[in-house]
Design a protein around this ligand. Sequence first.
Ligand code: AMP
Length: 503
Amino acid sequence: MRNGRGPSPQRTGMTEKCGVVGVSLGGRNAARPLYYGLYALQHRGQESAGIITHDGFQQHSHVDMGLVGDVFGEDDLDQLNGAAGIGHVRYPTAGSVDSSCAQPFSVSFKSGSLGLSHNGNLVNADEIRDELAGMGHAFTSDGDTEVIAHDLARNLLDADLVRAVKRTMQRIHGSYSLTIMHDDTVMGVRDPQGNRPLCIGTLEDGYILASESAAIDTLDGELVRDVRPGELVVLQEDGQGFDSYQLVDLENTAHCFFEHVYFARPDSIIDDNLVYEVRRNLGRKLWEESGVESDVVMPVPDSGRAFASGYADAAGETTPDGEERDEHDDGVEFAEGLMKNRYVGRTFIMPTQDERERAVRLKLNPIKSTVEGKSVTLIDDSIVRGTTSTQLVQLLKDCGAEEVHMRIGAPPIVAPCYMGIDMATREELIAADKSVAEIAETIEADSLAYLSTDAVADVLESDRIDLCMGCVTGEYPYEIEGEETDREVDRPTIGEGTIPADD
Ligand code: AMP
């Protein structure tokens, strides 16, 4: 384990929070199901979108910058022939608006063609890239997906598919949910700690792999199950089934709790939990841990909505001291007091602080009558830089709110994410060097409370050690230079001659 404050995650070239999908169908073309699947995963990435298909003879590809609806037209989908394919949407960050990182990434080599879609972030990509570059591999991007693709292509020269994937999994360290296409064989791989989600579903005429089950629902499919941490799933080419290989077994998982708190769609089931229910239960816990009597409970739309509904429900049952309410006491009123302008993109897309601040005001407008003269509890999922909460507290007070109490459905974010969530650098995180009381003062809230890490683990029915909570504890489940780890990390050794044996 290491001590000290590490560098902020590198911004350029790393694979961000993304959405991946893969399908293998009996006969019909895969392009349209992939397209709709990507549409369902659009919240996971808005910078670029891409699909690669294979028709049994050759690969077809269409990858471009932009939203799914803008990247693909009828003609593009029509030329994507083949019953097998993978797709990708990529999350935007400052400094990486670069088409060289758009995916799926494809490479042709001696024993065929390879396509790769990656969600997550490797922590040892540079080491592997240096080693492969030394062996003559030419890289066209600084992304870690290309590193995985080259490593896999090299392993495929002298090993079968399953062994080659296993070798690569034993070398790469970090977070990865992958859909891979080797010629017309579609596969899914989830890193041994299961950091990012990936699930399998059935369609009418085949099988699908997707980051979130909402993509399967969109296609009228059935969720079969999550891909297990360390598992390789190979979809059969006739669309009739899949084969499973448990390639790496680790004692503990490191599921990202923030998927449930913020990132995933509420209608997705991830690691057996319906995200909406998780958020409502986190809201209930928030009331139990730090409930405050007020006239009205109000969500920050849309991120705080499920939390606020759980919080208000629990507030209707018990007092802040945990006493049952009597029948004449209805608890706290739930109201929508902030209206969202749906045509403004996510605040984080704005690269500068100034633009971000303007975007918050553009995005949300208060309904004066639900706020005026009232004490308001405002609920959101998280505070990152503090921009949103500072502005909203001000907005509500300008509208005549007497008091504004802020309640947050996650613990304070004190450290950056190295695993693919665009979470800001340590210097930008308001909780990195401020106490809760200092943050309340900065955002000018009458009171502020966050949920505890124990409550999060409890609601996710998980041991704390099976979750990645690096951003709220500063201790990571991966070995990252200059950062502390929360467990013994089994990191592969890189270097020529050190490729682990196959079994
Ligand atoms: P901030 O204004 O920087 O404190 O960010 C907090 C707001 O951004 C909350 O409303 C969150 O729902 C939302 N949020 C949290 N994490 C992210 C993220 N990784 N990307 C985009 N928005 C986020």
